[in-house]
Design a protein around this ligand. Structure first.
Ligand code: NDP
Length: 341
């Protein structure tokens, strides 16, 4: 690593870490992979060799607290199942490390508050890995909506839909296990629709109504919801309709309808392949180059925060804000009542 480069311990060597984030470290000039934490010794060996991570910087979960004594590690990047984020973040702060934590920040607001307090006590930074805030199409969409390219926003419609393999069971798939995934699709995928509604409306909702669906007799959905639909009302009068599911034909759509135009992002928030179209007075397809810069730019932001005190674009309070909105959505669905915020 270059002098002054920030060293990260990757915590959890799963699909997203191995196939998306780790290969992108080479595109962040001031960040490097310094250590690995995994429950799988074979993976630790193979991935450690591939990334040139020294044998004494490969940790099991049982050894995790020992990172406190490892000066090669400045920060941890937590890419574990969501229900484990809070405990591993708090332990990292106890070890004196900074924390980049995957979305969702945690499964309830009490855990988020516990993470924030631990970071403050340790005087260390905490960022939630909302990569979309570093993706060129989404950044341009925020700017377009802010300058009224669709006029006054009336509706935001988001669909984050996927289909969980019919053979999947909670014992083998953490995404449908309540302890690790909370309510399921909303925390995992619907979070992108919620985020988009907030950063495109550029305001906070004043009330929430919602419906959840869990089919009887489907072994995939004994613990989590199959589908969640929610409706947010904003002070400006804009209304967001958010749909998310683990039991639907796939979709990753964000659609904004204003009084003079519309913005259609489809797909909106993936790793690459974004498509965006503006309709109305200005009418054009918007292509903005390489969406995969989002991974390294996210790392750059956190590294600059650690090294130089830079402002974090997707801070812990944003993670907490979203988890509180999940709680309001579930409360609205449970009571059948509109929940004021
Ligand atoms: P995976 O299931 O592919 O990987 C999770 C890894 O966590 C496992 O491989 C395992 O690593 C480790 N782990 C530790 N304890 C457990 C446990 N009890 N059950 C299962 N795995 C465990 O999940 P993803 O990589 O898809 O997701 C990980 C995190 O990243 C989640 O929080 C998710 O929300 C987030 N994510 C973010 C994305 C984004 O675009 N920002 C995209 C995808 C996921 P090991 O074998 O090394 O111990």
């Amino acid at each position: 690593p270059q002098p002054g480069s920030v060293g990260y311990a990757i915590v959890g060597l799963g699909d997203y870490a191995l196939n998306q984030m780790m290969p992108r470290f080479s595109r962040s000039a001031r960040s490097h992979i310094a250590a690995l934490v995994s429950g799988n010794p074979e993976k630790l060996r193979r991935v450690g060799d591939a990334y040139g991570v020294p044998a004494d910087a490969r940790y099991s979960y049982e050894q995790y607290d020992r990172i406190a004594a490892d000066p090669r590690i400045d920060a941890v990047y937590i890419v574990l199942p969501s229900g484990l984020h809070a405990d591993y973040a708090v332990r990292a702060f106890k070890a004196g490390k900074h924390v980049l934590c995957e979305k969702p920040m945690a499964l309830n607001s009490a855990d988020c508050e516990r993470m924030i307090a631990a970071g403050q006590r340790a005087n260390r930074r905490l960022m939630i890995a909302y990569r979309v805030h570093f993706e060129p199409h989404n950044i341009e969409a925020m700017a377009l909506m802010r300058r009224g390219a669709a006029g006054n926003i009336r509706f935001l419609r988001t669909e984050q839909l996927s289909r969980t393999d019919p053979a999947s069971r909670p014992a083998e798939n953490w995404r449908i296990d309540r302890a690790l995934a909370g309510g399921g699709p909303l925390e995992d995928y619907g979070i992108y629709g919620l985020q988009a509604a907030l950063y495109l409306a550029d305001e906070m909702p004043e009330s929430v109504a919602a419906t959840t669906y869990r089919p009887a007799n489907d072994p995939r959905f004994t613990q989590v919801f199959a589908s969640v639909a929610s409706q947010l009302r904003f002070p400006s009068g804009a209304i967001a309709q958010l749909m998310t599911s683990y039991d639907s034909n796939g979709s990753n759509l964000v659609h904004v309808r204003g009084d003079t135009g519309a913005l259609i992002m489809d797909p909106a928030t993936g790793y690459s392949g974004h498509k965006m179209r503006l309709e109305g007075r200005e009418r054009r397809d918007i292509a903005l180059g390489d969406p995969t810069v989002q991974f390294a730019r996210q790392l750059d932001n956190f590294t600059d925060a650690i090294r130089d005190g830079a402002t974090i674009r997707t801070p812990d309070e944003m993670g907490l804000r979203d988890v509180r909105l999940f709680e309001a959505i579930y409360a609205a669905a449970e009571t059948g009542k509109t929940v004021p915020l």
